[in-house]
Structure formats: structure tokens, C-alpha cells
Design a binder for this molecule. Sequence first.
Ligand SMILES: Nc1ncnc2c1ncn2[C@@H]1O[C@H](COP(=O)(O)OP(=O)(O)OP(=O)(O)O)[C@@H](O)[C@H]1O
Ligand SMILES: [Mg+2]
Length: 467
Amino acid sequence: MNLRTRLFSISMAIAAVMTAVMVADRVQTHRAALIDKTQSRSADLADLASEAAVYALRSGRTERLAELLSPFAEMRQVVYIKVLDRSGRPVHRSGAIGIDIDARDTDASVTGVEDGIYDVTRRLIKDDEDWGTLRLGISTESIAESVGTALRRGLLIGLSFLALLAALLWRISALGGRDMAMLVEAAGGIKSRTLPPLPKVDSESEVGRLSSAFSELHSGLKDERARRKELEDNRKDFFAMAVHDLKQPLTVLKAVNEMVLESAQSGPDGDKRDLGRISELSGESIERLSDMVEDLLNISRLDSPDIPLDKRRIGLSSFLRGCSRDFSAAAERAGRKWVFSDESGEGAWIYGDEKLLKRLVGNLVMNAVQYTPEGAAIHLGARLAEEGHVEIYVRDEGVGIPEELREAIFEKYRTFSDSNRNVGLGLAFCKMAAERHSGRIKVSSETGKGTEIAVSLPVSGQKESGA
Ligand SMILES: Nc1ncnc2c1ncn2[C@@H]1O[C@H](COP(=O)(O)OP(=O)(O)OP(=O)(O)O)[C@@H](O)[C@H]1O
Ligand SMILES: [Mg+2]
């Protein structure tokens, strides 16, 4: 239900209740007035009829009662008249057919009457002498009829008023609602390139202020979109350039290495050994460079969720041992102590892309080496974490990461390093890789003391055989 319909329904409900209360009040007042009127008219009638009855009884001519009381008996509202003499003997009885006059009881007032006849009893006392009793039945049906008519009229007027009000309110709400409908439309289209038209109203009104807030929001979004596009284009350009630039020297290096190898095979023994060693070393570097190119390509793979990863079941212990073997040498060569501890329990499996996960650990180790002074220790390990997860961690005794940077370090191209060799992709890659493995990465650090970055991954559930 839209705002206009809701406001309209609420107003109409209030108006309907108020109209019903007013009609009921009017009818009640009308009924009370009718009862009063009937009460006093009945008293007047009873007085007049009593006079006539006393006259007949005093003169001892009870046979004249019928004649004297006939004007009353003929009245429409008089249902019956009965006269008793002082000994209680009925001396006159007249009334409408079907009325059991003798069985009637006296009513206290018109208000309590239920059968439509108000029964009045009068003692006939004249000059302190009791002449008997007069009983009179007055019809109250006209009250019910009149109340019914008043109720019907009240309802008719009330309903006409409500219908008029409804038409008026609907028209008024249509005027205000049109602006609101335009705002709702604009809100729906706030993300589109061109904002749907906004209502032209007084800029100080609520609708006017909302309207200008919408325009500002729309142009803000447009600017933000343009800024993001520019960033994305820059990133793509950078990425393409980096891969391109890396590939060229790689190809050259590969060719040179092959040439060196050929000369080593054809030259004297001493040269063979030296050249063989040179070729081996440059071969390792080429391998590492190739890995880096692959990393860059991996980042773009992780960026698009549609590209599947090469996931398999991996024995955690052997995976960690492999990482330790591969990365300890570099850390030790750089003068850091290497500590390896696997507390993940025997035979845990994880499910993932082994190359990517290894690269993830490698990045954490590379950071630990870079942001740790010589002689400090670097720990690689794993432990059981919350239900069904293991945590692989790399801990160092380095400079630490200030609290305010602990989120930013995971953003792409955010580096806080002074070295111009850093591009700020390492941890962004780690986070993306962890997330593509339904894992999480968390950092705990103390400035000046060290950092631990841990990746929690779901355990695959089956035992590692022979590991
Ligand atoms: N172990 C650590 N100790 C202290 N600071 C760290 C550590 N690891 C990362 N950082 C901080 O986090 C930032 C982001 O790290 P990240 O690996 O993403 O990028 P980078 O090291 O600057 O560049 P690169 O992409 O070449 O690795 C770093 O610049 C550094 O300030
Ligand atoms: Mg790094």
C-alpha cells in the first residue's frame, strides 16, 4: 500500500468513527426528548381523564363514563382506559382489541417501557375524598418509529458527508502524492545515468529538501562511478604493463640461460663447472620471476569469481612441510631465524588450489622477512582453530603494524613500505585467495614487537593417508 493510500485510509477511518459517534449522539438526544414529551403528555391526559371520571363517579352516573371518556379513548395514542370505583370494582373498560386490560401493571416511567404501552395509574381524589382509580395505557410506538426515522436520516447524511469527504481527500492527496510518486521514482532510478524528473516545489519544503538531497546523491554517485572507472582503468593499464614488462626480460633471460648452458656443455671442464653453477643460479631466478608473473595472473583470476580454481584435497602436514622447505632457505639467507611448528594434529586435510595457497604462505613469509630486522625469528605453523577449521600462521618479531592500518593493508595497491620495489599487492592477494577457499585472514600485531597473520581454512574432513 503506498503512502497516499495509507494516509487516505487512516483519514477516512477517523472520519467514519467521528461521523458514527455524532449520529449516535444525535439519535440518543432525540430519543430522550421524545421520552420527556411522551411522559408529560401522558400526565396531562391522565389528569384530564381523571377529572371526567371523578365527575361521573361523584354524580353516581357511572353509565356516563363511556360517553365522558370517549374523546380520550378515541385518541390514537390511548390504548385503553379502565375506571374502578372506590371498592375496586371495574365500572368502565374500553380499549384496543387484543389488549388484556386487567392484566396490565403500572409503569414507573416511559423509559422502562418494553412492550410499547406506557401504563399509568391515577387515584381519583377530589376534595380529600377517594372516588376510585383510573388506569390508562399510552402507546410509545411513535417513539421507536421516530427514533428509527432519525437514525435513517442521520446515517444518510453521515454517509453522504463521508462520500464527499472521500472524494475531497483523494483529490488533495493526489496533488501531494504526485510529488511523492516522483520522488519514489527518482529514488528507484538514483543509480541510473540520468535521474528521473524531480518535482518542482518550494525548495524549503520537505519534498523540496528531499528533492535536492536526491540530486546531490545522484551527482555524488555519478562522480564516484567515474572515479572508480578511472581507478579500474589505471589498474588494468598497470597490470597489463607489469605483465608485459616482466615477460620481455624473462624471455631474454631464458634464451641467454640456454646459450650459457650450451657453452658450458661444449667448453673445458673448469668452465663447465662455473658456467653450470651460473646457469643453475640464473635458472632459479628465472623460475622465481616466472612465479611472479603467474602471481599477477592469479590476482586477475581471483578477481573474477567465474574463473574456477584448481582445487584438490591437500594433506595439511605435507603441504606445510613443503612450504617450510621452500621458504626457510630464503629467510635464512636473509639472516632470519626459521622456526617451524605444526600443531594441527595428524592427518588433517584441506581442500584448495595448492599453488595459490603456497603462494599465499610465501607472501606472508616474504613480508615477515622484509618487515623484520636481521637476526629476528620467523615462525611458520598451523594449529586447530574453531570447529572444523585450521589456522596457518606466519609470525615475526618485526616492526609491527599500527592499529589504524590493519584494514588498509589488505587493499589492493596499498603499500606502506618505503621501498619502491613494493606495489602493495601481497596481502590483497592473500585475502582474496583465503576468501576463494571459504577462509578468513586475520592480523594480530604489536607495534615494535611483531606481527602474526593467520589464515583459517575449513578442514576437508577426511584423514591424510600415510602422512
Ligand atoms: N609482517 C609484517 N610486518 C609489518 N608490516 C607488514 C607486515 N606485512 C605487511 N605489512 C604492512 O602491510 C603493507 C601491505 O603489505 P603487502 O604485502 O600487501 O604490500 P607490500 O609488502 O607493501 O608490497 P608487495 O605487494 O610488493 O608485497 C606493507 O606495506 C606493510 O606496511
Ligand atoms: Mg608484501
